[in-house]
Design a protein around this ligand. Structure first.
Ligand code: ZN
Length: 337
């Protein structure tokens, strides 16, 4: 506090002033009576001044102390404020870090979600691929003559209605690649509405135009048989054995041949129950054995017939007219040779 300074001319003057009764008495004895009153007044004034000065000092000290207290309080307050600001700053940093963490977590979740979506899409495509009939099945259906999805669906509905679903599934599931073709061979009949074009027994009938008919193929079956019989006669083949073909086809052939005695036609089932001895016997009593295999030849049947033991002709065609036409052509070639 720069304002504090000694009053009344400084401390030298205060110390020079005697205090106490003895000093006062000496002054009274030495001084002339007229001068005694002013000295006492001066001393009193000085004392008063001293007292006032001390009071002032005490007041100033108290003020200083209060000011120092206030300054301390202010410092503490400032300290607290700084601490509060620091705490808020730390919280802000923490919050920013938390936001950054949350953003990273969100990005990671987005990434994961995209990966899961891609995986799902891939699995969906795969499932769709699996659910779709395989190329092999489509090819087999087409090879059997089912031209489009409608015909394939028609056939499948037919197997379902006929209680052949298990058979169909087994054929699909079989390790033998021929199993499906054999099933389709035996369980589908594509026939036109011509008289005599009778479907295979136990097969689902898919109605088609004559040129796609399994039996006649759009040809005149009666005429095809006539040509065949003529060719057999020309070739000196009277005892004709045909192994294979469905019972319906056999019936139709017998009906068409009627009472014609130019050839002796014997029709033998080709269901795989023919053994080596049966085959040998067939060949012994035949001028020609025609193995009618449809499009799928049953090798357990055809394998028993020995070309060195007699004439054997294998015709892989399911329709009657087509089979007869092919046999006629083959016999003609044999004749020319
Ligand atoms: Zn037909």
């Amino acid at each position: 506090m720069g304002g504090v300074r000694p009053l009344g001319g400084g401390p030298a003057r205060i110390h020079a002033t005697p205090a106490g009764p003895r000093g006062r008495e000496r002054a009274t004895q030495e001084a002339a009576p007229p001068r005694a009153a002013p000295d006492a007044a001066v001393a009193h004034g000085v004392r008063q001044e001293l007292h006032d000065a001390r009071e002032t000092i005490r007041g100033l000290e108290a003020a200083l102390s209060a000011a120092e207290g206030a300054a301390d309080a202010a410092r503490q307050e400032a300290e607290q404020a700084r601490a509060t600001v620091a705490a808020i700053a730390r919280r802000a940093e923490d919050a920013e870090a938390a936001i950054a963490d949350a953003e990273r977590a969100r990005d990671a979740a987005d990434h994961e979600r995209r990966a899961v979506q891609q995986q799902l899409a891939k699995e969906r495509d795969h499932a769709r691929e699996q659910a779709r009939p395989t190329r092999a099945v489509r090819d087999a259906l087409r090879a059997r003559g089912l031209a489009d999805e409608d015909e394939a669906a028609w056939a499948m509905r037919g197997w379902l209605d006929a209680g052949r679903l298990d058979e169909w599934l087994e054929a699909l599931d079989a390790e033998d690649p021929n199993a499906l073709a054999i099933f389709l061979e035996q369980r589908v009949s594509l026939v036109c509405d011509a008289e005599g074009c009778t479907p295979l027994a136990g097969a689902v009938v898919v109605p088609v135009a004559p040129e796609r008919c399994d039996v006649c193929g759009g040809s005149d079956t009666r005429r095809a048989l006539e040509h065949f019989v003529e060719r057999c006669v020309e070739s000196g083949l009277r005892r004709v054995r045909i192994v294979g073909g469905s019972p319906n086809y056999h019936t139709e052939l017998r009906r068409l041949l009627g009472g014609d005695r130019r050839i002796e036609l014997k029709l033998i089932r080709g269901d795989g129950r023919r053994n080596q001895n049966d085959a040998k016997n067939d060949q012994k009593h035949a001028d020609i054995v025609i193995i009618w295999g449809g499009t799928i030849l049953d090798h357990s049947t055809s394998g028993h017939y020995d070309p060195s033991a007699g004439r054997v002709l294998i015709v892989a065609h399911r329709g009657i007219a087509g089979m007869l036409q092919r046999a006629t052509e083959a016999l003609g070639q044999g004749q020319r040779n």
